[in-house]
Design a protein around this ligand. Sequence first.
Ligand code: NAD
Length: 489
Amino acid sequence: MKQYRNYIGGRFVDSDRCFDDVDPADGRVVARVHEANRAMVDAAIAAARSAVAGPWGKMPVADRAALLYRVADEIERRFDDFLEAEMSDTGKPTALASTLDIPRGAANFRVFADILKTAPLESFMTDLPGGAQALNYTVRKPLGVVGIISPWNLPLLLLTWKVAPALACGNAVVCKPSEETPGTATLLAEAMDAVGMPPGVFNLVHGFGPGSAGEFITTSPDIDAITFTGESRTGSAIMRAAAEHVRPISFELGGKNAAIVFADCDFEKTVDGMMRAIYMNSGQVCLCSERVFVERPLHDRFVQALTERLAAVRLGWPKDPQTTMGPLISAEHRDKVLGYYALARDEGARIVAGGGVPSFGDARDNGFWIEPTVIAGLPDSARCMKEEIFGPICHISVFDDEAEVIRRANDTRYGLAATIWTSNLNRAHRVSQAMKVGLAWVNSWFLRDLRTPFGGTGLSGIGREGGMHSMNFYSELTNVCIRIDQEPT
Ligand code: NAD
């Protein structure tokens, strides 16, 4: 049986307490995971602190960037191992993991190595009374030890999205991946080891949230900053822990995202795009559209086209290249999503497609599968329209005019992403700018340039990551002000 160990101070460390890593496609145990206790987490934090104080903290930019490029190369060299681990942890299809998760894991290191080499620093020349001047310039320094807590839905992509910029800025990190998906994080530790990352720069501890490694990291007074992606409720618990020692936080949290489909859209491209926006990764992407608003003249045709496409979705084994949708992450999460399917019925929804659990007649019946689903007929005030479900489900509503749909799309406490489909250029700009979100896509969805700001408003998060936004979060800035007198003294 595969063992996933902790990586502390440049060494792989066993624990006498282990938990199972389960493949959601068939419920098989695929690995034993060594849970870090408090002493191990403290050792990881101490190793990180020594690394920042040592040569790593003073390493020339070109050398640090070169190490990050080598991590990217190593992920690509072991592409198949990463792919296998990601698929057995999440059940996601190879068609998705091989084109999104693993390539983005490598790309995150390259992008931040590039940004590190070109990141500008501010400077201002200030005129003073009497002809003197002051030169102000900013220097960028590491924050110190960064605690990184990541979720299970895009395990390698979201972990490296934080590790790469944190290391680019000269920090050392203590990471805790989700207990559901320890595999690719462990391979990342192996990659760090293989490329010669100095001991203590990258530390990995396995475990859970409360009473385990997650809590030990976030409550430690020796962590200098916390970056977290996960549920809004968890974010609020972590925020309380961070407040204790006044640490900076960066939060990427949940969503209840709206899609707006205008009657003048390019119909086929919109249906294709919305299939991705609703069902990618079995709806387990924070950016997925759970609330779809369709303009009345197009409504019936859109619902029909979407349900036809759903009939062609292939729920299959992750390694089958024809598979288009995998299972949910766990039995517990499937219960939660099925709870929302039941709640939708109680709230008076019409089930347009799906709504149940598929039966395969093979080992997949031991996995955590669920049917992709479309519902309709709920008022905007229903709980299913307010709460994040995080499964392969959307509600389709009809709308009549632009002002109405802007108001309804914005009627949520979340504010992560919106997607708008129209061929009217003015409307595209007008409506996307009116969305109370961090990310508005037009005629597209989840189209990312990694230099752009990423994050949400309201319950969807605090701060922005991406490009210079990440560089600024993971750095301490010192402004140096030098007075320049005109008269020689
Ligand atoms: P989660 O909040 O349950 O867990 C995330 C991580 O936090 C895990 O590693 C978990 O062990 C840890 N954790 C849990 N409680 C903790 C505590 N009290 N202290 C410290 N750590 C703790 O989230 P999840 O179920 O893994 O992920 C799904 C959620 O993530 C969804 O809400 C989704 O919208 C959100 N998400 C957001 C983004 C984004 O960029 N905004 C991206 C992906 C996922």
